[in-house]
Ligand binder design. Structure first.
Ligand code: SIN
Length: 281
């Protein structure tokens, strides 16, 4: 555990995730940001409460983590294209991000991090789950790790997965944001066991976008993919965050999967920014 001078860091489970207090994200000095970044690498997902941020404040904070990554299938806000509005209205049949995934795994250079800021939340439900891919990796037997050590997943974006794009169309409030990705590449192969470029730790790099294993027949890959979906999201590798308006989370897609729960009926409105990443190795 690092020694923090400027911020207070309180882990929320033994697996991953920490709540950070004593911070105003709209007025950050460099030494405070440096500690926030250290906590982000240490805890994999960090949470803040009671923040009052304009879209400009959120984008400025996000840019301290790196360049902005733009979504290939969805447009951002008119005035702030870096921000994707994730809205579920009462009656929407679709919840964005409701299967376990790591953001933009279908991109050859997937998103490094994602920042989600809660504008409006249901009185109950709508939590987000996170799972540590370091623990998922460390929890595999030595034999399984050896077998998977040089395996690559093949990851497909929504354009390539039957019926997925049309599922956005069920989300009343997000359909207007849809866009054609044009020539953007939305399929990519990645190592199943990935080395984190900053911490040097190994983790499983996995999520719903992983549809096949390179060099495997489908009937060989399917049981392994199924096993890895179950294994990587075991409850002891996870934490769960309860949102309130003004809450903000930042997670590290290089070592975390996440999943939005669709257990609510009232309006939920979030502002999401993703940070550009490197080619996984
Ligand atoms: C996402 O997958 O980025 C959305 C997560 C959420 O809305 O909780």
């Amino acid at each position: 555990m690092n020694n923090y001078q400027k911020i207070t860091v309180k882990p929320i489970t033994g697996a991953l995730g920490a709540e950070i207090s004593n911070v105003d994200l709209s007025a950050l000095e460099d030494p405070t940001f440096d500690e926030i970044y250290t906590a982000f690498l240490e805890h994999q997902v960090i949470f803040f409460r009671d923040q009052t941020l304009t879209p400009g404040d959120q984008v400025a904070f996000a840019k301290r983590f790196g360049d902005i990554h733009f979504h290939p299938y969805l447009n951002g806000m008119d005035e702030h294209p870096e921000i994707l509005e994730i809205v579920r209205e009462p009656g929407d049949a679709y919840t964005f991000g409701s299967t376990w995934h790591s953001d933009q795994m279908f991109n050859p250079r997937p998103a490094k991090a994602t920042m989600l800021y809660a504008k409006e939340t249901p009185p109950v439900g709508g939590d987000t789950l996170f799972a540590s891919m370091y623990l998922a990796h460390d929890g595999l037997s030595e034999g399984m790790r050896r077998m998977l050590s040089n395996v690559k997943t093949w990851n497909d974006g929504d354009r390539n997965r039957n019926g997925r794009a049309s599922r956005y169309a069920n989300a009343k409030s997000m359909v207007g944001q849809m866009r054609d990705p044009g020539d953007l590449v939305t399929s990519a192969a990645h190592p199943l066991i990935r080395t984190h470029p900053e911490t040097g730790r190994k983790g499983l790099y996995f999520g719903i976008h992983a549809q096949a294993l390179e060099g495997f027949e489908d009937n060989e890959a399917k049981p392994l993919l199924h096993y890895l979906r179950d294994h990587s999201t075991r409850p002891e590798y996870t934490c769960r965050f309860r949102w309130k308006p003004g809450s903000l989370a930042i997670w590290d897609n290089r070592c975390v999967q996440h999943k939005a729960l669709s257990d609510y009926t009232e309006r939920r409105h979030m502002h999401r920014v993703t940070i550009a990443g490197d080619e996984p190795f």
